[in-house]
Unconditional design. Structure first.
Length: 273
């Protein structure tokens, strides 16, 4: 049980949605730096392609950009078709693409609910559903242990939020509801797909440097950090490390879990209540 065999992801095929920036880019970078072949999708073709150029310079893995606006169902099909044409298997699917919306309860719009529930929940299900043949093929390729169990399951990693686990102070009603729904969906997928050699887990992320958190960190970083027992916001290695662990042999028996990657924020919140 050496480190390389226990935590290695070299040669694995990975798809990270929303992989051109923020948490998605952090995760994609971690996989590329550890020898995986990583497809990244993003709504902006420019951002997607520039991130791929940057990550390919890092190596030793590779990064392939696939611009796609996952709000649109036809773009989901385009992404699936592209990956399916290039690869016969998909070892890891990281469902990271998402959006947030904040507004007062009196003016919170129907548009916000439609946008966030579509992207943050429905598209996760649809993309996962359409990629099941590649995920199943990855599990079959790895084969079975002598006891019939799967040697190396395919992985679904859903990027959730601590706001799906507790009530946020901000008025982000559709966001927190969509993340709570994603967490439940992930457990449902784990129950259904485990027997087929596919795990499904959630990383419930706390505050990281990202476009989604930019305004909050710019205006209230000291307050945010004060609520974190670990005394800092998340770093790229925090979320990349958790993703690599779940995707390696070390994480092969973990499924149906919601894992906080939050510097202890949920513990702090519970204690203060």
């Amino acid at each position: 049980m050496d480190i390389d065999s226990l935590f290695g992801v070299k040669g694995k095929v990975v798809l990270v949605t929303g992989g051109s920036r923020g948490i998605g880019k952090m995760i994609a970078t971690g996989f590329v730096r550890n020898g995986a072949k990583v497809f990244i999708s993003a709504r902006s073709a420019k951002d997607c392609e520039s991130t791929a150029v940057e990550l390919n310079k890092l190596g030793p893995g590779s990064c392939i950009p696939v611009p796609a606006d996952l709000q649109k169902l036809e773009e989901v099909h385009k992404l699936v078709n592209f990956v399916s044409e290039k690869e016969k298997v998909l070892h890891v699917l990281v469902n990271n693409a998402g959006a947030t919306w904040g507004d007062s309860i009196d003016s919170y719009s129907d548009q916000a609910w439609s946008k966030l529930l579509t992207l943050n929940v429905q598209r996760v299900f649809t993309l996962t559903q359409k990629l099941l043949p590649l995920l199943r093929a990855a599990a079959e390729q790895a084969g079975h242990e002598s006891d019939g169990s799967w040697k190396d399951p395919a992985r679904i990693i859903n990027i959730g939020s601590i706001n799906g686990e507790r009530v946020p102070g901000m008025e982000t009603y559709a966001y927190s509801a969509s993340k709570a729904a994603l967490h439940q969906l992930s457990k449902h997928l784990a129950l259904r797909l485990g027997s087929e050699g596919i795990t499904s887990n959630v990383l419930a992320c706390g505050p990281f440097e990202s476009k989604m958190m930019a305004h909050t960190l710019r205006t209230a970083k000291d307050i945010v950090v004060a609520g974190l027992p670990m005394g800092r916001i998340g770093s790229p290695q925090d979320v990349a490390g958790a993703s690599i662990w779940l995707s390696s042999k070390a994480g092969a028996w973990v499924t149906g879990a919601t894992i906080p990657v939050d510097g202890g924020h949920l513990v702090f919140t519970t204690t203060k209540l």
